[in-house]
Design a protein around this ligand. Structure first.
Ligand code: FMN
Length: 216
């Protein structure tokens, strides 16, 4: 993918995308997002950086009435988002993502992004690292990467003229199995509703930079 504006994007105005973003809880239920456009949005999101380029994120796109029906009871305090949005995207992390190591490094070599010697050398270090990493450390790494892709997804959605809401209020223990996914392997990170807003999101306060920053 090149870095120029995609043909189905509505805007590449950074201020509009970033400062215009608000968590939207109510959507126009008539507005659907085609799977073609959703694929573009997910491809743009997946340009996010990740630790050793491992890309542990996985997406469950719930865009059918049947899917929404399954999801709604798992997100009881976020019913409006589930029922009115064009889709709800479940962001998961694949705890067996090391299975893709060879593909990620192999394709980098094939495309000329990385010399073969460098890929071989890195694989020698990275493979044993993933074979021996404690589960809680792997979870930390995967959560950081999945947080980055989630943010990029919300900004990509804005570029396509859609609104989103990140959602942590859902039944995390049940979501994978409800959709036939292996719950040990695919662990939930957050839900993101996406669609066209029917009611503007509330403005929200941000702590001043002075409070959140230490200079050294
Ligand atoms: C990880 C995460 C979980 C969230 N969970 C919910 C949720 O369950 N329901 C909801 O309405 N908003 C949820 N939010 C949205 C936040 O309340 C919102 O991002 C915050 O108040 C700032 O507002 P803004 O997104 O409009 O800038 C969540 C946000 C994040 C990042």
């Amino acid at each position: 993918m090149n870095t120029t504006q995609n043909k189905v994007q509505k805007t590449n105005d950074f201020n509009e995308i970033t400062y215009g973003r608000r968590s939207v809880k109510l959507y126009d239920p008539e507005v659907k997002i085609s799977r073609e456009e959703m694929t573009e949005i997910l491809a743009e999101a997946s340009r996010a950086p990740s630790s050793i380029n491992m890309q542990p994120w996985r997406f469950l796109v719930v865009d059918t009435p049947e899917g929404k029906e399954k999801l709604a009871p798992l997100a009881r305090f976020n019913q409006n988002q589930v029922l009115t949005s064009a889709a709800v995207i479940g962001v998961f992390m694949d705890m067996n993502n090391a299975e893709y190591l060879e593909e990620i490094f192999g394709k980098a070599v094939e495309h000329g992004y990385m010399p073969k010697e460098v890929a071989d050398q890195q694989l020698k270090v990275v493979k044993p690292y993933y074979e021996n990493i404690p589960a809680s450390d792997l979870r930390d790494v995967n959560l950081i990467d999945s947080g980055l892709v989630s943010m990029q997804l919300m900004l990509a959605a804005r570029a396509h003229g859609y609104d989103t809401n990140p959602i942590g209020g859902y039944e995390k223990a049940q979501i994978a199995e409800t959709f036939g996914m292996d719950k040990e392997r695919y662990q939930p990170v957050m839900l993101i509703s996406i669609g066209k807003s029917a009611k503007e999101g509330h403005p929200s306060y941000r702590l001043p930079v002075d409070t959140i920053t230490t200079w050294a």
